[in-house]
Each structure stands twice: as structure tokens, then as C-alpha cells.
Design a protein around this ligand. Structure first.
Ligand code: ATP
Ligand code: MG
Ligand code: FE
Length: 336
């Protein structure tokens, strides 16, 4: 089964050709990061316009690189939510047009299901059931992947997502956008034990997360230093904040390993490319005798190969979308 996959939910215009869900023949990503850096974050209107400019080129490049044409495709998979409505619509409209013109089945894919499925690409042996920690720009979910396309959300963030917290703290210490990679870089020169930021416990669900308090205490720390005319080390803030986030994520993950006794654990989403998190999770899994999985960094952040992987299993399950497929900005995982 050859799938052309399209992703345009945020600030990456991406297309990929994926064969049988795990064999990536091309994975073309046109990132708008440089454009949005000017404004310190993604500007939805600019993102949509850029997607329109790029989408045809990106699809053509993906087909060329795979040395295939549209006529070779068995299905078109496209992200239809969650994400920015105007951005999503560009991919959805394009996918519907191709599907209609070429009479190829269309499969609408959940973006977060894509992030989780990125793990299938380089780990040919990985199959459900497994536990997965999804840490992206807009989501922080601890998920039990019961089967392909079947998800049970054990816990989620009550406020900011992990990636969002990285982005906000990076802005506060003047590192720019996107914050995750900048914080990770800066943290290398700092001491992770320098400042004891709160580990934000949420009382009624052991699997839920809260990052806004952590972010506020970073801001309070900076303001406190400024008021006392004290200097502060950005590298120490970056390292200590990163450590606090990693501790919270890993602690919840260990708890789930202990309760669910699944022998596989995967991480997914942009923050999953963070080396400190990977190392902490690798260690935790090793101690629990659980196999640890993670995608390469380029498959952690937004891409279309992951949509092709998720789309393949949806296609096998019989999911078909039609000309009435619409963008759903707040689509929940496990909903259709
Ligand atoms: P969502 O997938 O929830 O809709 P998104 O698509 O914007 O949101 P992703 O592309 O999965 O999010 O990931 C981007 C996020 O990952 C950003 O918040 C970014 O700061 C964060 N991130 C990327 N690299 C790293 C890193 N090395 N360390 C920490 N965070 C990172
Ligand atoms: Mg992005
Ligand atoms: Fe994403």
C-alpha cells in the first residue's frame, strides 16, 4: 500500500510517500520557523498563506524523491486536526482535490496519532500494546496505545503543554523561538541543580501534568533577581527548568509502567527530541525492564511521514474520508 501523506497543521508544510506504513520513500518538510521567528511565535494568518505557497512544491518534491507519481498512490492521508484551522484547511483541501481528481481513497488522520505512529517507522518490531508519552507544542498526554488507532488517555496537562512551557521560558530568558532546542542548547552550559523549580504535582490524577506553575516560578525567579539588582545565569535557569520538566515527565511515566505492566514504552512529539528527556526515559525503562522507543529528532517534530504511518493503519482499519472532510482544530485523540 503506497500512501501520499500531507501535513500542514501548524508551521511545517510537509509531504511524504510511505509504503506499508513503515517504509518511508520520501519525507519533505518546508519549515516556516525562520519566518515566524520575527514575531516570536507562529502567526496563524502567515502560516496559512505560506502553506498555500508551498504545498504543491512540497508534494511534487515528495513524489519525485520517491520516484513515483500520483497514479502509483493507493491512498492519500492528510492531517485534519488538531491544529490551526487555516493551516489545516490548506492540506485538507489539497488532499481532497487530489483524491477526487485521481479517484484515490482519502484518509483523514489525527495529528497526535501521527506523532505516536512516528515510532513505527524506525522500529519495525514495535506493535501495540504499549505506553506512550506524547510531548509536543500543544499536547502533553500519557497514553495507552491499546491497538492501532485505539488510544486510552491516562493523563494530560491541566494547563500548558510541555513544549509550550519550553517556548514560554525561552522567550522569558531571551532565547527566541522555538524555545525547546534553544533551551536544550543553553542548558548544556548550566547547572541543572542550581535552582529548585517546583515539580508541579496535580493531586487527583497521578498521571496529569501541570506546567504553568513551573513557568511562573521561572518568571518570578527572573523578576526577583531584577528587583534585587542581582544578575542571574540564563544557562542555570535553562538547565534547572529543563531538569524540572524532565523529572515530572519521567516520574509520571514510571508510575504508568508500574501500574500497567506493558513491556514497551515510546515517546513522541517535538519535546521527545530532547536528549535529557530521552536519557532519563531510557534509564527509567531500563530499570523497569521495559523496552524504550523514540523516533529520530526529524520524525519527532512535525512531518508527513508520521501521517503516512498513522494513515496506513487507519486505511487498513477501513477508515475513509470524503469530500465533506473538514479541518477540526480541537479534534480529540480517539475521536473521529
Ligand atoms: P502539536 O503537535 O501538539 O499540535 P506542534 O505540532 O506545534 O504541536 P511539535 O511540532 O510536535 O508541536 O513540537 C514542537 C514543540 O517541541 C515546540 O514547543 C518546541 O519548543 C518543542 N521542542 C522541539 N525540540 C525540542 C527540544 N530539543 N527540547 C525540548 N523541546 C523541544
Ligand atoms: Mg512546528
Ligand atoms: Fe505536532
Amino acid at each position: 500500500i503506497k500512501i501520499l501523506a500531507i501535513e500542514s497543521s501548524c508551521d511545517e508544510t510537509a509531504a511524504a510517500v510511505v509504503v506499508n506504513g513503515r517504509d518511508v520513500r520520501s519525507n519533505v518538510i518546508s519549515s516556516q520557523i525562520a519566518l515566524h521567528t520575527l514575531y516570536g511565535g507562529v502567526v496563524p494568518e502567515i502560516a496559512s498563506r505560506k502553506h498555500i505557497e508551498k504545498i504543491n512544491q512540497v508534494i511534487r518534491a515528495a513524489l519525485e524523491e520517491a520516484q513515483m507519481t500520483l497514479d502509483d498512490m493507493d491512498a492519500i492521508a492528510v492531517t485534519y486536526g488538531p491544529g490551526l484551522v487555516g493551516a489545516l484547511l490548506v492540506g485538507v483541501a489539497q488532499a481532497k482535490a487530489i483524491s477526487f481528481a485521481k479517484n484515490i481513497p482519502l484518509v483523514g488522520v489525527h495529528h497526535i496519532e501521527g506523532h505516536i505512529s512516528a515510532n513505527y517507522i524506525e522500529n519495525k518490531d514495535l506493535e501495540p500494546p504499549f505506553l506512550c508519552l506524547v510531548v509536543s507544542g500543544g499536547h502533553t498526554h500519557l497514553v495507552r496505545v491499546v491497538d492501532y488507532g485505539v488510544y486510552e488517555i491516562l493523563g494530560r496537562t491541566r494547563d500548558d503543554a510541555a513544549g509550550e512551557a519550553f517556548d514560554k521560558v525561552a522567550r522569558a530568558i531571551g532565547l527566541g523561538y522555538p524555545g525547546g532546542p534553544k533551551i536544550e542548547q543553553k542548558a548544556k552550559e548550566g547547572n541543572p541543580m542550581a535552582i529548585d523549580f517546583p515539580r508541579g504535582k496535580v493531586s487527583d490524577n497521578v498521571y496529569d501534568f501541570s506546567f504553568s506553575g513551573m513557568k511562573s516560578s521561572v518568571l518570578n525567579y527572573i523578576n526577583g533577581c531584577k528587583m534585587k539588582n542581582q544578575s542571574y545565569k540564563e544557562a542555570d535557569i535553562a538547565a534547572s527548568f529543563q531538569q524540572a520538566v524532565v523529572d515530572v515527565l519521567t516520574q509520571r511515566a514510571i508510575h504508568a509502567m508500574e501500574e500497567y505492566h506493558l513491556d514497551k514504552f515510546a515517546i513522541a512529539g517535538g519535546v521527545a527530541s530532547n536528549a535529557t528527556l530521552r536519557e532519563a526515559m531510557r534509564k527509567a525503562c531500563e530499570e523497569k525492564g521495559v523496552a524504550f522507543y523514540h523516533p529520530s529528532p526529524i520524525l519527532c517534530t512535525d512531518n508527513a511521514a508520521m501521517i503516512g504511518a498513522a494513515g496506513y493503519y487507519e486505511f487498513l482499519a477501513g477508515t475513509r474520508s470524503h469530500t465533506d472532510l473538514n479541518a477540526v482544530p480541537n479534534l480529540k485523540l480517539g475521536e473521529r
